[in-house]
Ligand binder design. Structure first.
Ligand SMILES: Nc1ncnc2c1ncn2[C@@H]1O[C@H](COP(=O)(O)OP(=O)(O)OP(=O)(O)O)[C@@H](O)[C@H]1O
Ligand SMILES: [Mg+2]
Length: 305
């Protein structure tokens, strides 16, 4: 079997682990960086949310920067250009899960920042994404998560309609970002992601340039939390038992034309086979891979019958 790129998962024609183009998009050059540390070397940044079983906050992460002289990644407090997320003990294969979900999102036309899987010093894969809140030359781009925008005190409390309303009142291109938002909510349902709390949605930019930030933190959380609600933030006043009519009501609330919403639902429907193939050819081990296929098909059944 042809080996696949650890960034985009598409097959490789030449020897190696990556398409040079994927590496260039991510790091500005065609060579994979060396990571001279392992997960256990990272400073303890793990805090447990006592009130809720969730993935949030238990996943350590660090800002990193490529040292162009020696090709290694350095963990830095300031000036980081990328975010590195290793595999936490509690949630095996989250890096593989996240990379796959981001690739599936990209397949469906959602905006995602360059990302990929890389070997750490102990050979374990970590997930790396390029920061979208920094320009090429390191300048800061203003970013506010919906937790900040809505002045919230609990990232798990709120509705997707409220997030939609905030997008509609701030975004420069309301139509585009509203449709983007709707598609992402649909995507998260189909991929068993019930952990899209207020800090997993953000706006970027300032003044008249404000836009929904690219997708981030897309994971199938259902793989780890079997009794997790369909959605962290309510949709049509529900967290569970979501049906197609709830998504239609949600689109209506976002003032998305019903024909446009039906078109999006159809487009996502026809992607099922492709997404299944991507799960099969991902870096997930056979157990979680089979489990994720089941989650996907059950979500498709619930939405499309
Ligand atoms: N590519 C990126 N560029 C800039 N900021 C990012 C990027 N990815 C994530 N962030 C920011 O970093 C925060 C944490 O990232 P992420 O959500 O991926 O990690 P997490 O461990 O799941 O965090 P949390 O527990 O907050 O959900 C996000 O809330 C977001 O604001
Ligand atoms: Mg997050």
């Amino acid at each position: 079997m042809a080996s696949r790129c650890l960034c985009c998962q598409r097959s490789l024609k030449a020897e190696g682990l990556y398409h040079p183009r994927c590496l260039s998009r991510l790091f500005g050059g065609p060579r994979p960086p060396t990571i001279p540390f392992k997960a256990a070397d990272l400073p303890a940044m793990v805090t447990k949310d006592k009130n809720r079983m969730s993935i949030s906050g238990v996943q350590p992460k660090v800002f990193v920067r490529l040292n162009k002289e020696n090709g290694t990644l350095e963990a830095v407090a300031t000036g980081g250009t990328h975010i590195l997320k290793p595999e936490p003990e509690q949630f095996p294969q989250i890096p593989q899960n996240e990379n796959l979900c981001m690739n599936m999102a990209e397949e469906l036309g959602l905006r995602v920042a360059p990302h990929g899987l890389f070997k750490m010093a102990d050979g374990k894969l970590c997930y790396i994404i390029r920061r979208f809140d920094r320009t090429e030359d390191g300048q800061r781009i203003a970013k506010e998560t919906m937790f900040q925008v809505l002045g919230s005190t609990d990232k798990y409390s709120g509705s997707l309609e409220k997030v939609g309303k905030a997008i509609r009142s701030h975004a420069a291109n309301v139509g585009l970002d509203t449709v983007d938002f709707f598609e992402r909510v649909l995507f998260c349902f189909l991929t068993g992601n019930g952990d899209m709390h207020l800090k997993n949605w953000a706006l970027l930019g300032a003044g008249r340039e404000i836009a929904l930030a690219p997708c981030y933190d897309l994971v199938c959380s259902r793989l780890y939390i079997k009794n997790e609600a369909d959605t962290a933030l309510t949709l049509n006043a529900k967290q569970n038992k979501l049906k197609r009519t709830d998504f239609e009501a949600f689109a209506d609330h976002l003032e998305i034309d019903s024909k446009a919403a039906a078109h999006i639902l159809d487009r996502f429907r026809s992607a099922q086979e492709k997404l299944s193939q991507m799960i099969i050819s991902s870096e997930l081990r056979s157990g979680p891979c089979q489990e994720l296929l089941k989650i996907l098909s059950s979500r498709y059944r619930r939405l499309y019958g």
